[in-house]
Design a protein around this ligand. Structure first.
Ligand code: FAD
Length: 468
C-alpha cells in the first residue's frame, strides 16, 4: 500500500511531551508530522490536567483569601458562585492555550494529522479517523508520546456519572453536597481543594499512612492540619472495597484503620493513579518492547530498544509530570536530529498546588535517611518570615538537604503558599552543584518568601537569624 503521508519524524501524541518534541524537531530542520487522536492539541495537561485544574484552584484560592480577609477587617461576605461562569472561565483558559499551539505548529510547518495511531511496522503507522477512514503514514524516525490515562478501579459503577475520574471532576457538572475523594495524592487533593472551596463536604480516603506519598511527612503536616481545620475528613490507611450506585447516592464500603462515618456520597472522585498508554499502540509490530504495565523502557537518549524509535513523557515512567515530558521531548528531538545529547533525570521538581502548596525536588530527607546518606538539613520556619506573617500564612517552612561532605545541595522541600514557584531556585542550585553557602551568600529580596530559601541555607555557619 502506498503511504498517504511521509515524513522524516512522526510524533505520536500531542501532549506537552509530543508538541515540544515536534516543535524542536521542526526547528532543527526535520520534516515533522504530529499525530493526535483528538481535535484539540495539548494532551492531558492542557485539556484535562495541569491547566484547567490550576484555573479552578485559582478560583478556590480567591474564595479562601476573600473569606480570610475578614480577619483583618475587610469583609466580602459569603461568596456567590455562578458555576456556568466558572466553567466558561476554565474553558477559555484552556482554549487560549490549545489554539496557541495550533498556531505555533502552523508557524513551524509541523503538519498535524488527526487520527488514532497504531504501528503497522517499524516504519509505518496506521491512523484511523473519527469517520473510520484510515491513512498510512511512513516515517524515518518516530517519537512515541502517547501519555497516560486515569486508573479506573474496576469495582466502581463507572456507567454512573456520579462516579468520576479527574477529567469528569474538572467538568464541574455541579457542586456535590457530599464528595468522596479516593486517593490522597496530588490530583485527589487538588480536586478536594477546589470542591471544598466551592462548598462541598469532602471526605478523603488514602490507602497509605500519609497524604501525598512521596513527599516528606513534615512537609505534608501543615496541609493536613489546614484541611482538618477546613472540615475536610481525611482517613488514612483506609481503602474503599465496594461501591454501589443507589438512588440516594454512591454507597461505599471501607476497610482499614479509620472508617468514614458517611457511607453514601453524591459524587465520588477516584484518583488512585495513572496508567501509561504504551500497551495500546501495537508497538510489537514495530518491535518496540512494552512492559506488562504499559510502560516503554528508554535509554538516557530516550531511545527504545528499536534505535530509530524514541519514547517520552508519562509512558516512559514516573514522575508523570508535564515538565518532565517537555524536557524529554526536546531531548528526543535533538537526538533524532543527530545531536549528541543525553539526560539522566535527577532534578525534577514535584508540586502539589494545594493550599498550602507542597513542593520538593532532588533527594528527600526520608530517602536520604533510608539510603544512609550523610546529609545536613537547613530548615527555616515561615513563622519567622515578615512576609509570611504579613499575609497571614505562617504555617509554611523551607528545607534544604545537603551532602555533609561536599556541602552541595542535593534536595529541597517547601510547604507554604507559592511553594511551587519557590522550589525553582533549589532545582537550579542542585543542577549547578551549588554548595549550601552559595545560597546563603546570595542576596534575596526583602520582604519575600524567597528569603526563606536563603535563611534555610544559613545553617552552613550556624547563623540562622529571624527575619522580621
Ligand atoms: P499526555 O499529555 O497524556 O498526551 C498524550 C497525547 O497522546 C494525548 O493527547 C492523547 O490523546 C494522544 N494519544 C494517545 N494515544 C494515541 C494514539 N494511539 N493515537 C493518537 N493520539 C494518541 N503535571 C504537571 O507537571 N503539573 C500539574 O499541575 C499537573 N496537573 C495535573 C492535573 C490532572 C488532573 C492530571 C490528570 C494530570 C496533571 N499533570 C500535571 C500531569 C500531566 O498532565 C502529564 O504528566 C502530562 O500531560 C504528560 O504529557 P505527555 O506528553 O506524556 O502525555
Amino acid at each position: 500500500r502506498k503511504p498517504d503521508i511521509e515524513c522524516a519524524v512522526v510524533v505520536l501524541g500531542a501532549g506537552p511531551g509530543g508538541y515540544t518534541a515536534a516543535f524542536r524537531a521542526a526547528d532543527l530542520g526535520l520534516d515533522t508530522v504530529l499525530v493526535e487522536r483528538y481535535a484539540s492539541l495539548g494532551g492531558v495537561c492542557l485539556n484535562v490536567g495541569c491547566i484547567p485544574s490550576k484555573a479552578l484552584l485559582h478560583a478556590a484560592a480567591v474564595i479562601d483569601e476573600a473569606q480570610h480577609a475578614s480577619d483583618y477587617g475587610v469583609d466580602f461576605g459569603k461568596p456567590k458562585i455562578a458555576l456556568d461562569k466558572l466553567r466558561s472561565y476554565k474553558e477559555k483558559v484552556v482554549g487560549q492555550l490549545t489554539k496557541g499551539l495550533s498556531g505555533m505548529a502552523k508557524q513551524r510547518k509541523v503538519r498535524v494529522a488527526t487520527g488514532s495511531a497504531k504501528f503497522v511496522s517499524a516504519n509505518e503507522l496506521e491512523l484511523t479517523g473519527g469517520d473510520g477512514k484510515t491513512q498510512l503514514l511512513k516515517f524515518d524516525k518516530c517519537i512515541i508520546a502517547a501519555g497516560s490515562q486515569a486508573v479506573k478501579l474496576p469495582f466502581f459503577p463507572w456507567d454512573d456519572p456520579r462516579v468520576m475520574d479527574s477529567t469528569d471532576a474538572l467538568e464541574l457538572a455541579d457542586v456535590p453536597k457530599k464528595l468522596l475523594v479516593v486517593g490522597g495524592g496530588i490530583i485527589g487533593l487538588e480536586m478536594a481543594t477546589v470542591y471544598r472551596a466551592l462548598g462541598s463536604e469532602v471526605t478523603v480516603v488514602e490507602f497509605m499512612e500519609q497524604l501525598m506519598p512521596g513527599a516528606d511527612k513534615d512537609l505534608v503536616k501543615p496541609l493536613a492540619d489546614r484541611l482538618k481545620k477546613q472540615g475536610v475528613a481525611v482517613h488514612l490507611k483506609t481503602k474503599v472495597v465496594e461501591a454501589k450506585a443507589e438512588k440516594k447516592g454512591i454507597t461505599c464500603a471501607f476497610e482499614g484503620d479509620s472508617q468514614p462515618e458517611t457511607k453514601t456520597f453524591d459524587r465520588v472522585l477516584v484518583a488512585v493513579g495513572r496508567a501509561p498508554n504504551g500497551g495500546k499502540l501495537d508497538a510489537d509490530k514495530a518491535g518496540v518492547r512494552v512492559t506488562e504495565r504499559g510502560f516503554i523502557d528508554v535509554d538516557a537518549q530516550m531511545r527504545t530498544n528499536v534505535p530509530h524509535i524514541f519514547a517520552i513523557g508519562d509512558l516512559v515512567g514516573q514522575p508523570m509530570l508535564a515538565h518532565k515530558a517537555t524536557h524529554e521531548g526536546k531531548l528526543a528531538a535533538e537526538v533524532a536530529a543527530g545531536e549528541k545529547r543525553e539526560w539522566v533525570a535527577r532534578v525534577i521538581p514535584s508540586v502539589a498546588y494545594t493550599d498550602p502548596e507542597i513542593a520538593w525536588v532532588g533527594v528527600t530527607e526520608t530517602e536520604a535517611k533510608e539510603k544512609g546518606l550523610k546529609i545536613g538539613v537547613g530548615k527555616f520556619p515561615w513563622a519567622a518570615s515578615g512576609r509570611a506573617i504579613g499575609i497571614g500564612r505562617t504555617e509554611g517552612f523551607t528545607k534544604l538537604v545537603f551532602d555533609e561532605a561536599t556541602q552541595r545541595i542535593v534536595g529541597a522541600g517547601i510547604v507554604g503558599v507559592h511553594a511551587g514557584d519557590l522550589i525553582a531556585e533549589a532545582a537550579l542550585a542542585i543542577e549547578m552543584g551549588c554548595e549550601v553557602a552559595d545560597i546563603g551568600h546570595t542576596i534575596h529580596p526583602h520582604p519575600t518568601l524567597s528569603e526563606s530559601v536563603g535563611m534555610a541555607a544559613e545553617v552552613y555557619d550556624g547563623t540562622i537569624t529571624d527575619l522580621y
